[in-house]
Design a protein around this ligand. Structure first.
Ligand code: SF4
Length: 147
């Protein structure tokens, strides 16, 4: 079975997060991790961006690359925070160009409580944001499981 080595970088405002939602969804292949259905996955790194404007994005991928990372996920925390990270596309572009590592935006399904607030705030109205959140939208039942 094909094995994929994955690294996760989350928003520093969640620096004390124990990673429970990311690890659960990785195990269940939910949200953005759905792309690994039928594949083995090894987690080779987990860290934060280092705080605005994301200084650790410059360095963390290098360590992950030493561990053989195939894909870096920018955690769902980057898209559900208040406000969503304004640098997420830049981070993706930087890592892909500088390190030649594929980047996926999102990890676990968006929790329902964040979803409803962001719909009210119209945070994700642009075509870019709509496309960005699609893998993590799942459905209401799954989102409620991640509240
Ligand atoms: S908003 Fe973006 S740059 Fe700021 S701490 Fe979160 S992920 Fe890092």
């Amino acid at each position: 079975m094909e094995k994929v080595k994955v690294g996760i970088i989350t928003c520093d405002r969640y620096r004390t997060c124990a990673g429970g939602k990311c690890f659960r969804s990785l195990e269940n292949r939910e949200g953005a991790f759905n792309i690994y259905d039928g594949k083995k996955v090894e987690l080779v790194g987990y860290t934060t961006c280092g705080g605005c404007p994301g200084g650790n994005i410059e360095y963390a991928p290098a360590e992950m690359k030493k561990n053989g990372v195939d894909v870096i996920h920018l955690a769902t925390g980057m898209i559900v925070g208040y406000p969503p990270c304004p640098y997420v596309e830049y981070f993706k572009s930087f890592i892909e160009n500088q390190y030649e590592i594929k980047v996926v935006i999102g990890t676990h399904p968006i929790p329902e409580k964040y979803y409803t607030t962001h719909v009210t705030l119209k945070s994700w109205e642009t075509p870019e944001w709509k496309s960005r959140i699609t893998p993590n939208l799942t459905d209401e039942k799954v989102r409620l499981n991640y509240d």
